[in-house]
Design a protein around this ligand. Structure first.
Ligand code: NAI
Ligand code: MG
Length: 505
């Protein structure tokens, strides 16, 4: 659909963005800005304010004021839901244009972004539907003189820190439940991909939310992200990013005991048993590691395959990798776009080299493609490493790129052991036609999400989050509302009598 609010990027433009704080579009107080790069052309295409500590403070104050004093705090769930549905309509009207902006900023395929942005309104509809169903309980008291009930109240000001791989989707996983709960919000976008969130903020304004409910700032991790986490006015930090940064965020939040949800890295096993539907499994492996150029927290980066099937599956994957069409992310035909920024490309190449040094065999890919039209972009070939041992660096660390590590294994027991032998626990998949085995293995895997004969399915209705070092808390589903509310217990004395002041209860 075509809306009026979002302008598609033009080829030679460098557009200027401002931040939204307390309902006003503002520059950084220092006047500092930085450029954001189109990873397909390698050229700057937008310029954004670089927020410093003083801007963080201003944004948190605006959110605090909107929460404590503004009309938002007095609205009912039904009233908040009305605004959320209006926002959802505006997103739907402008989805195709925002998709182009996001794709220009992070190089993600328009093929995927179009779908993602067109699905985005559903998150706001779903959580709008939940906004007036956030309810407490009446609690039976041990003492008949008391009437006890709970209220589920909003946690307050949320500081959200989002990475570059799916900026608006990962923002929405936080924002939609936070709005339903009645929180106010400061979003810190990733420094590499701030543009689509600024565009989204226009829709938010247009929807008619009171000023200060949603504020957007951008800047670097240490000078914008960290001050936001440490700000005493932030009641809850919602973070998606690397495990390393997540640990730092949790430490910083601990200084003022802000609540945290952390959606972190993964090294997710994609397990193929010998009785699997081979073609479906091969497609699932491609979806798990080459879709989105492997830049997803849930990437199925370890293929654990039963030995008897190994050679045949690897051959099929190699053929599939060979046929993947690399190119312009804005071209609907393209299947793999560039890596989002140069440093990330260098990092991916480094891992591929390390893998080979440690004894993995390069079966396919392993370097940037040679096609002349791909030389400006940050491209990497889809890469398959075989003979990987679970102890190797490429099997232990999150690469966040299109690099598949193939680990052969024998029995079901051995496969489960290998799959769980990782510090992470975000996703996992099991490919088999044996329904008993499918559930048995799904139950044994230590991961927040297990797909059976599928990969990379997510929904607003279904909780998503990590076991072990993949995170804390859950996003999506009614489960996520708990992360943005807190319980207040109210005691009402019914008898009207005076009580002995020196007893409890
Ligand atoms: P990162 O985790 O450092 O950055 C994510 C977000 O956190 C960005 O908005 C960043 O500005 C912010 N940030 C950084 N340091 C911070 C701090 N001390 N306090 C508060 N906020 C802070 O990830 P980055 O640097 O973008 O990528 C590094 C690696 O992390 C990637 O190579 C990839 O392996 C992994 N990664 C994993 C993601 C996931 O969803 N699992 C998402 C993005 C990156
Ligand atoms: Mg970083």
């Amino acid at each position: 659909m075509q809306g009026q609010l979002i302008e598609r990027p033009k080829s030679d433009e460098v557009r200027e963005y401002k931040m939204l704080i307390g309902g006003e579009w503002v520059d950084a107080q220092s006047g500092k800005t930085f450029e954001t790069i189109n990873p397909y052309t390698g050229r700057a295409w937008a310029r954004v304010p670089e927020a410093g500590e003083e801007d963080v403070d201003r944004a948190v104050r605006a959110a605090r004021e909107a929460f404590d004093e503004g009309p938002w705090g007095k609205m009912t769930g039904t009233e908040r839901a009305r605004l959320m549905r209006r926002l959802a309509e505006l997103i739907a009207e402008n989805a195709d244009d925002i998709a182009v902006v996001e794709s220009t900023d992070n190089g993600k395929l328009i093929r995927e972004m179009g779908g993602q942005l067109n699905a985005l309104p559903e998150w706001y509809y779903y959580f709008a539907g939940a906004a007036d169903k956030i309810q407490g309980e009446t609690i039976p008291s041990h003492n008949s003189n008391f009437f006890v009930y709970t209220r589920r109240e909003p946690i307050g000001v949320v500081g959200a820190i989002v990475p570059w791989n799916s900026p608006l989707l990962l923002l929405t996983w936080k924002l939609a439940p936070a709005l339903a709960a009645g929180c106010t919000f400061v979003a810190k976008t990733a420094e590499q991909t701030p543009a689509s969130t600024f565009e989204f903020a226009k829709l938010f304004e247009e929807a008619g939310f009171p000023p200060g409910v949603f504020n957007v700032i951008t800047g670097y991790g240490s000078t914008t992200g960290a001050p936001l986490v440490r700000h005493p006015g932030v009641d809850k930090v919602a973070f998606t990013g690397s495990t390393e940064t997540g640990k730092q965020v949790m430490k910083d939040a601990a200084d003022h005991l802000a609540k945290v949800t952390l959606e972190l890295g993964g090294k997710s096993p994609n397990i193929v048993f010998e009785d699997a539907d081979m073609e479906a499994a091969a497609n699932g492996v491609v979806a798990g590691i080459f879709a989105a150029t492997g830049q997803t927290c849930m990437a199925g980066s370890r293929l654990i395959v039963q030995e008897s099937l190994h050679d045949e599956l690897v051959e099929r994957l190699t053929e599939k990798a060979n046929s993947i069409k690399l190119g312009d992310p804005l071209d609907e035909e393209t299947e793999m776009g560039p890596i989002a920024f140069k440093e990330q490309l260098d990092k991916v190449q480094g891992y591929i080299n390390t893998g080979q040094e440690e004894g993995a065999q390069l079966k396919y890919g392993g370097k940037p493609p040679e096609a002349p039209e791909l030389q400006d972009g940050f491209f990497m070939q889809p890469t398959i490493l075989t003979n990987v041992d679970n102890e190797m660096t490429v099997a232990r660390e999150e690469i966040f790129g299109p690099v598949l590590s193939v680990i052969p294994a024998s029995s079901e027991e051995e496969i489960i052991r290998q799959a769980n032998d990782t510090p992470y626990g975000l996703g996992a998949a099991v490919w088999t036609k044996d329904v008993q085995r499918a559930h048995r293995v799904a139950h044994a895997l230590k991961a927040g999400t297990v797909w059976i004969n599928a990969y990379r399915a997510v929904s607003f209705t279904a909780p998503f989050g990590g076991y072990k070092q993949s995170g804390i808390g859950r996003e999506n589903g009614l489960e996520s509302l708990k992360e943005y509310t807190q319980v207040k217990t109210v005691w009402v004395e019914l008898s009207g009598e005076t009580r002995d002041p020196f007893t409890l209860g």
